[in-house]
Design a protein around this ligand. Structure first.
Ligand SMILES: [Zn+2]
Ligand SMILES: [Zn+2]
Length: 95
């Protein structure tokens, strides 16, 4: 046995990427918890394309019901409203 171990694997901390967080299918853009099927989720269609819990988006149940019932209505999150100066809801023609 030789003591000269030339090939020594050193951990290069700078090059070791931290493990990515477990991917969620539809993480809420506010609380980062997954927006599940059984949750009331809403998609920021006119902006960042992220899902949000209804409650995280501060949306009333009434508004949510209206929006989800209306196929032609697109919703945008607070961030996108401020960033892109777009209306919270946009009516798009159904083709
Ligand atoms: Zn949330
Ligand atoms: Zn958005």
């Amino acid at each position: 046995m030789s003591d000269n171990s030339e090939v020594e694997e050193e951990e290069d901390e700078e090059l070791t990427p931290s493990p990515p967080p477990p991917l969620k299918d539809f993480p809420c853009g506010i609380c980062f918890e997954e927006v599940k099927d059984e949750d009331e989720g809403i998609l920021c269609e006119s902006g960042c394309d992220k899902w949000y819990h209804r409650q995280c988006a501060g949306m009333s149940k009434n508004a949510y019901d209206l929006l989800t019932r209306e196929d032609s209505a697109e919703w945008a999150c607070d961030t996108c409203i401020k960033k892109n100066n777009i209306p919270m809801t946009k009516m798009v023609p159904i083709t």
